[in-house]
Design a protein around this ligand. Structure first.
Ligand SMILES: NC(=O)c1ccc[n+]([C@@H]2O[C@H](COP(=O)([O-])OP(=O)(O)OC[C@H]3O[C@@H](n4cnc5c(N)ncnc54)[C@H](O)[C@@H]3O)[C@@H](O)[C@H]2O)c1
Length: 355
């Protein structure tokens, strides 16, 4: 039985990891989360009463608070998911991305290193620092038969991906220089329950049922590899507990789709699941509206996830078709969750157009 410190555990992927660990393992969890606009305690409600769950509202840039947390909880592993995560927001205001993703990761690394250096025996040998990152650090792919592997050179395009690339380099340097037993994972686009509605899939579902325009950036031909968040949570736990320090693992869903196809798939599912449409809407597809493309928009991401499959035995359980159906059904059944999010500061407006 391990105790795992999870930063960003109130976010989309972090909360899926916490729910996975509490509901499927004997391990305990302490969540460290600042609760920015993206953090939501309601996403942890299913496990909040479990005695193996603890929550600390703390900024990962706060070294003193982190020192107290390491001393109090004596974690066996850190899973680092806290980040500013939305590309469009990074275009409007990169400063907080530099602060949290780079300075915050540095601060967490130093706190973990100090704690780890003070350990001995098995506890020290078994300690792990797992950094969760994105395939966006690799830039984009222009040929349809090319895939990101663990050795693809970094070429980030946006302030977000540049800040994540920086944090990946810091983690690898702390492993190489100080021997901190660190691992890095780079994953593709996640989707599924509890996803903040500024991201493509929940935005499209919620706009469609409200009879609002469905914004498609540029011509909608950008390709993303979609990973169901619960498949990702299983993969992350496997890496944190069984991965080899110093290694990188790419995690993808083997589900490449054009953005426009994602939007039309959701429209077609809603025709089936919610045939009674808002006033004035004949077909959900009629709501599709092409809007200005994102500056610097990457064309295609695709992950080669064969290493994690070969070495740790992980494969995704959901196809895009099964995962998107579950996701649409979840949003239809969990209006209370997303209404609370929408009542906050984000009202579904377009972000990331500069100027
Ligand atoms: N969502 C994706 O598709 C995706 C894809 C690849 C990689 N990632 C990476 O996975 C991780 C989790 O992504 P997500 O989609 O769950 O993000 P998210 O935005 O939903 O959640 C981020 C969480 O971090 C917390 N946080 C932000 N700044 C903090 C700070 N300074 N101190 C403490 N907590 C802070 C927020 O409150 C929030 O709970 C991120 O590192 C992201 O870069 C995400």
């Amino acid at each position: 039985m391990k105790r795992i410190l999870i930063t960003g555990g109130a976010g989309f992927i972090g909360s899926a990891v916490v729910r996975h660990i509490i509901q499927n393992t004997a391990d305990s969890v302490v969540v460290v989360d600042k609760l920015t606009y993206a953090g939501n305690l309601a996403s942890l409600a299913p496990v909040a009463d479990d005695l193996r769950f603890a929550f600390e509202q703390v900024d990962i840039c706060d070294r003193d608070a982190l020192k107290r947390i390491f001393a109090t909880y004596q974690p066996d592993a850190v899973m680092h998911l806290a980040a500013e995560s939305h590309v469009d927001r990074s275009i409007d205001g990169p400063a907080v991305f530099i602060e949290t993703n780079i300075v915050g990761t540095y601060t967490l690394l130093e706190s973990a290193r100090e704690f780890w250096a003070g350990l001995s025996g098995d506890k020290k040998a078994q300690f792990r620092f797992h950094h969760i990152s994105t395939d966006e650090v690799y830039g984009d792919l222009h040929s349809t038969d090319d895939y990101f592997t663990e050795t693809t050179p970094y070429a980030p395009s946006s302030p977000y991906s540049a800040s994540k690339a920086s944090s990946d380099h810091l983690v690898r340097a702390w492993q190489r220089t100080y021997g901190l037993p660190a691992l890095v994972t780079n994953c593709s686009n996640n989707y599924g329950p509890y996803h903040f509605p500024e991201k493509l899939i929940p935005l499209i579902i919620l706009n469609a049922v409200a009879g609002k325009a469905l914004p498609v950036y540029g011509n909608g031909q950008q390709i993303r590899d979609w990973l169901y968040v619960e498949d990702h949570a299983r993969a992350l736990y496997l890496v944190a507990t069984q991965g080899k320090p110093g290694e990188t693992y790419n995690i993808g869903g083997h589900n490449e789709r054009k953005n426009l196809d994602v939007v039309t798939t959701i429209c077609d599912l809603l025709e089936e699941l919610v045939p009674a449409k808002p006033a004035g809407v004949n077909h959900y597809r009629d709501l599709i509206t092409y809007v200005a493309d994102r500056p610097g928009h990457d064309l295609r991401y695709a992950i080669d996830a064969s290493k994690i499959e070969r070495e740790l035995g992980w494969t995704p359980q959901e196809t895009f078709e099964s995962g998107i159906r579950k996701t649409v059904e979840w949003y239809l059944a969990n209006e209370t969750w997303w209404k609370q999010v929408q009542d906050g500061s984000y009202q579904g407006e377009r972000l990331g157009l500069q100027g």
